[in-house]
Design a binder for this molecule. Structure first.
Ligand code: BEZ
Length: 256
């Protein structure tokens, strides 16, 4: 998602995703380099979304299983001829099966982080690698602050709808270690990210958890107000939008 969710309020459209968020997979290629999958290795792609990065791992000769909770996105991944399965990370059935696990832009949706990490650890062989990238502390902070402020003005409790987990490196390293991972590399990466379809495209794709059960007209008002609040800080002189992404990239290895 590759943006793949275990958030019940987030539903994905493969077409919207391809139009508004293709950059998520394109910018994930360096994580594939960190994974450094070898031919014949068995790799689990957690939150594979429409499979764009899963296909890149397959291209390196690995045998990859992609999982995602979104049926729509898994259908898009299968259309690429991938082994992609609708599966809940909180109920992963795999045991000692994979040489490596990979995840891009998905872990921040998995708010039951410890259960997700425990299940990924169980799926790995002893000494298996876990390489991934997710939103870090401070990720999309301007965008989310604007959303919360506008929702508050509409008497909606945005904090109660908050769908993500954006940890600091120290916090996430401790969580990995609690699940028997040794952290090999970790980087906090500020990554101002151009939005090809502007702030409205981003909000239409990613802000839905905040807008569940909001009527069509009020939704439109909210998104317009958020967009105009953000323009001074995130829209450049040419009118192009750039989102305030901050990534947490890591490589870890399960203890032997
Ligand atoms: C992210 O990839 O960091 C992200 C995507 C959607 C919403 C929030 C964060």
């Amino acid at each position: 998602m590759s943006e793949h969710s275990n958030s019940p309020a987030q539903e994905w459209s493969a077409e919207d995703y391809a139009r508004n968020a293709r950059f998520v997979a394109e910018l994930g290629e360096p994580v594939i380099d960190w994974l450094d999958a070898k031919p014949g290795e068995r790799v689990l792609d957690v939150g594979c979304g429409d499979g764009a990065l899963t296909a890149s791992i397959v291209a390196r000769g690995a045998d990859v299983v992609g999982i995602d909770s979104s049926r729509t996105l898994i259908e898009a991944a299968r259309a690429r001829d991938l082994d992609a399965r609708v599966m809940d990370v909180y109920a992963l059935p795999f045991r000692d099966e994979f040489d490596a696990a990979f995840s891009n832009a998905a872990l921040h949706w998995m708010r039951e982080t410890d259960l997700a990490l425990a299940n990924i650890a169980k799926a790995l062989k002893s000494g298996g690698r876990f390489v991934g990238e997710m939103g870090a502390h401070g990720n999309v902070a301007a965008i989310t602050t604007a959303i919360l402020a506008v929702l508050r003005a509409h008497a909606i409790d945005g904090e109660a709808r908050w769908p993500w987990y954006f940890p600091t490196p120290v916090e996430f390293a401790e969580r990995l270690e609690a699940h028997r991972f040794v952290v090999l590399r970790m980087a906090l990466i500020p990554r101002p990210t151009p939005l090809p379809t502007g702030m409205r495209g981003w909000l239409d794709t990613f802000a839905n958890p905040f807008l569940a059960n909001v009527g069509r007209e009020e939704r439109e008002d909210i998104l317009e107000e958020v967009t105009s609040l953000l323009a001074p800080s995130l829209r450049g002189r040419t009118g192009a939008w750039t989102a305030d992404y901050v990534r947490l990239r890591f490589a870890a290895q399960l203890e032997r």
